[in-house]
Design a protein. Structure first.
Length: 118
């Protein structure tokens, strides 16, 4: 069964950090472009940052550039999202997305909640 599972969300104060994990099972994520999306209450889901395959280039939106970093661990088949200097406006459910390089098949995780509040 092909599956993405996100973990690592939680409550953090402004300026704090979190590391989200996206563990892939049932397929090798090396051959997939991976993206992190988020959806805040009352807003549409937006793309935040992505990691392309196979060249590993990354791209992020202006609002998180310099604060969020995406990386891939090939051994554990896991993609990470490091969130630094968090702001209240980063509060959202964060989702992991994988798109196959071969056939465009797309998978989503169930999401993990990130809340930034003092």
């Amino acid at each position: 069964q092909l599956q993405l599972v996100e973990t690592g969300g939680g409550l953090v104060q402004p300026g704090g950090s979190l590391r989200l994990s996206c563990a892939a099972s049932g397929f090798t994520s090396d051959h997939y472009g991976i993206g992190w999306f988020r959806q805040a209450p009352g807003k549409e889901r937006e793309g935040v940052i992505c990691l392309s395959s196979p060249d590993g280039t990354t791209s992020s939106v202006d609002s998180v550039r310099g604060r969020f970093t995406i990386s891939r661990d090939h051994t554990s088949n896991t993609v990470y999202l490091q969130l630094n200097n968090l702001k209240p406006e980063d509060t959202a459910i964060y989702y992991c997305n994988a798109v196959s390089d071969f056939d465009g098949a797309e998978y989503w995780g169930q999401g993990t909640q990130v809340t930034v509040s003092s």
